[in-house]
Design a protein around this ligand. Structure first.
Ligand code: DGY
Length: 426
């Protein structure tokens, strides 16, 4: 008889544990990834709270002295992954790491652990509060381009939504660096190439890394002078939510000394939200900063205004209308790219598949803002996907087949912490 899914999910987290931190999946992603770890902590918290906090503590060990928490921490070199530490060549923190960040979901995860825990959880949160605040400061200071009202991004990998068609606007404006050294991709050895980004996209990803290296990872220069600069609804809404949650943590901890500063971040985020509103599509969309051009498709990040408690009633209604349009077209919500837009591919990484952690935060936001039916559909569709295909990294939005990484940590974590019907009953 097959193991029940709750047990399978716990086994996956334990198997992907590398001694205090968790790899997203064996071989394809052999290091600690930033937002993966934050989601993973929620899964561990359902059966081992100490291990949940440890995941976050080890993530914070990778923080740079400038406050950035990098997207990957390389505690050791693994030749199975490209681009590894010898390509990034960073020295901003205690460990070699990526030179960019990732969506800052950490503060929201910490608040969730505090709210589901007791005094000892609050004490552990208190230990890491200043480090998390420094990361938010870094985002607001180093990733807000001159003259732009919102935090932006310099690399598709920073958004976590690597090859979403959203980024084509920014990638089309840049050239592959003519001096790029030849390299060998490893991701297409470990996963089916038709599910992964293209060669041209990869050449541009690596070209941006080369620019970062060439400016000595000066993050302000990377933002203002780098080859790629876009505003991302995923980072924007996650940061706005995280700023609100950090303010709540500050209040719980009596940190009146920084409450005003964090409130300033929230106000900036609320005002900046309009910058991402694409009136033609009636949706929040990615935007190329130098041209002001909007991406023309509804991604799963477009579904996040509820999670951030942002947007006007009209903007929220436009978002819901788009979601209902899309729900009528796909087998499973929420696809990472718009089935009515060009470049939609239901199986290719961020061009269509459903992502478990995105469903989680989309559904959470919808439920909080009174959209219970849609929130429940987004959860129930993930349950159907996992029951049908198992704990994949993401899922074909049409057929429900699993895509790319197997035995995936955040899928297991999202099952345990949120989607699993039995855990929800408890
Ligand atoms: C990868 O290697 O695909 C990662 O998403 C980069 O962070």
């Amino acid at each position: 008889m097959p193991l029940d899914l709750n047990q399978q999910a716990r086994d996956i987290l334990n198997r992907n544990d590398r001694g205090g931190y968790t790899v997203p999946t064996a071989r394809l992603y052999p290091y600690q990834w930033n937002w993966d770890s934050a989601f993973v902590a929620l899964g561990f918290a359902t059966f081992n709270r100490d291990r949940a906090w440890q995941e976050l503590e080890l993530l914070l060990e990778g923080q740079w002295t400038n406050g950035m928490i990098p997207h990957i921490i390389f505690r050791r070199d693994d030749p199975d992954y490209f681009p590894g530490p010898s390509v990034w060549q960073t020295d901003g923190g205690a460990f070699p790491s990526g030179g960019i960040s990732q969506p800052p979901v950490l503060a929201s995860v910490i608040l969730e652990l505090i709210e589901s825990g007791d005094g000892s959880d609050l004490a552990r949160a208190s230990e890491m509060f200043d480090q998390v605040l420094n990361w938010h400061r870094w985002y607001h200071r180093e990733r807000t381009p001159e003259g732009c009202p919102v935090v932006c991004t310099v690399h598709p990998w920073e958004t976590g939504r690597d090859n979403c068609p959203d980024w084509e606007l920014g990638l089309n404006r840049m050239q592959v660096d003519p001096d790029l050294e030849p390299y060998t991709r490893m991701d297409t050895v470990h996963a089916t190439p038709s599910e992964r980004p293209s060669k041209l996209q990869y050449d541009k990803y690596v070209s941006i890394i080369k620019f970062g290296r060439d400016v000595g990872w000066d993050q302000k220069r990377l933002t203002n002078e780098g080859p790629f600069l876009m505003a991302d609804p995923c980072i924007h809404f996650i940061l706005l939510r995280a700023d609100r949650d950090l303010l709540r943590i500050a209040n719980l901890l009596g940190r009146t000394d920084v409450a005003g500063e964090i409130q300033g971040f929230v106000t900036k985020g609320d005002i900046g939200t309009d910058y991402l509103w694409n009136a033609d599509l009636q949706a929040f969309c990615a935007r190329e900063v130098r041209s002001g051009e909007f991406s023309q498709g509804f991604s799963n990040a477009s579904a996040l205004p509820f999670y951030a408690d942002a947007g006007t009633p009209e903007q929220r209604q436009g978002t819901l209308d788009n979601m209902h349009r899309i729900a009528a077209k796909v087998g499973y919500m929420v696809p990472s790219w718009d089935p009515d837009a060009t470049a939609f591919e239901p199986q290719r990484y961020w061009c269509g598949p459903v992502w478990p952690q995105m469903n989680n935060i989309i559904s959470k936001g919808l439920a909080e803002q009174g959209e219970e039916d849609l929130a429940e559909k987004v959860r129930a569709d993930l349950v159907r996907l996992i029951e049908k295909s198992g704990f994949f990294e993401c899922f074909n939005t049409m057929t429900g087949d699993g895509c790319i990484g197997t035995d995936f940590s955040w899928t297991a974590a999202m099952w345990l912490a949120w989607a699993s019907p039995t855990n929800r009953e408890k």
